[in-house]
Design a protein around this ligand. Structure first.
Ligand SMILES: C[S@@+](CC[C@H](N)C(=O)[O-])C[C@H]1O[C@@H](n2cnc3c(N)ncnc32)[C@H](O)[C@@H]1O
Length: 259
């Protein structure tokens, strides 16, 4: 995949320095983000917010000295850290060894824009706003619904976070990748049949519910594939809940199929 062109400042690491450190040949690494480590208390909170579970698959994009990936591995997850800077990768590997987690964490020297992130249950990043925005379409189109994305310091613009925390003065944002609810559904709840027409902007839903030819507004949100709507089906405001499973919704007080 070719790297998106952007106006983001690029930080060039002169590899006379790298060559001196690594004893290697002269080359140049063009970084999209400079190296600044995340404090450990913020790392812990990022993984708490993501509800990182044992056996989750975690990826840290731009992994620096490996601290987020190593902390994830210590919590029992399988983790991959990706960094373009060979000096950072060498540090991260050494740190993983010291932490005794080399069986669960791997560090890859590479460009974060070129990695397959589709299998991540949890994706973490401490990058820049513009880099987050370049990654956003890939996150939304390739990660499964329900995957968690956590960013230290930088947001995703109009994709509002599902959760935000201030950790000792630092912003941490959590997004839960939303499923796909947009479109028309033939629905039923509490014995009432109706048509749902939903519009989706990231995790936010709006639209109409049409019962017996009468349409009323619907608002709601998606948390992964879990849908929660507020609608008036003719008997006052009702909360409708269900789980999107492909072209169907069930698992709550709302059942529907795509029309
Ligand atoms: C702000 S640091 C974050 C380090 C670590 N994730 C943390 O939070 O402690 C950003 C890292 O991204 C790496 N980086 C910058 N551009 C990159 C790119 N295009 N591909 C992979 N890594 C990159 C830098 O080398 C640096 O280590």
């Amino acid at each position: 995949m070719s790297k998106p062109v952007s106006a983001i400042p690029r930080f060039v690491v002169g590899l006379a320095l790298l060559a001196a450190l690594a004893g290697g040949s002269y080359a140049q690494v063009r970084l999209d983000v400079p190296y600044v480590p995340t404090p450990q208390d913020v790392v812990e909170r990022m993984l708490d917010m993501a509800k990182l579970a044992k056996d989750d698959f975690h990826i840290d994009l731009g992994s620096g000295d490996g601290r987020i990936a190593i902390t994830a591995a210590k919590r029992g997850a399988r983790s991959i850290g990706i960094d373009l800077n060979p000096v950072r990768i060498a540090e991260a590997k050494e740190n993983a060894q010291k932490a005794g987690v080399t069986d669960r964490v791997t560090f890859i020297e590479g460009n974060l824009f070129e990695q397959d992130i589709s299998k991540a249950d949890v994706l973490t990043m401490y990058l820049l706003q513009g880099v987050n925005l370049q990654l956003r379409p890939k996150i939304l189109s390739t990660l499964r619904a329900g995957s968690r994305v956590v960013s230290h310091a930088f947001s995703m613009n109009d994709w509002e976070p599902d959760q935000h925390a201030n950790v000792t003065g630092r912003n941490v944002y959590l997004w839960i990748v939303p499923g796909k609810a947009e479109g028309a559904w033939q629905a039923e709840s509490g014995g009432r049949k109706f048509t749902l027409n939903l519009k989706q902007a990231f995790q936010k839903l709006s639209g109409t519910a049409t019962v017996d030819g009468k349409s009323a507004p619907v608002t709601g949100k998606l948390t992964g594939n879990t849908l929660e709507l507020s609608a008036d089906l003719g008997k006052g405001a009702t909360v409708l809940r269900g789980e999107i499973k492909g072209d169907a919704i069930d698992g709550g007080n709302l059942t529907a199929t795509r029309s």
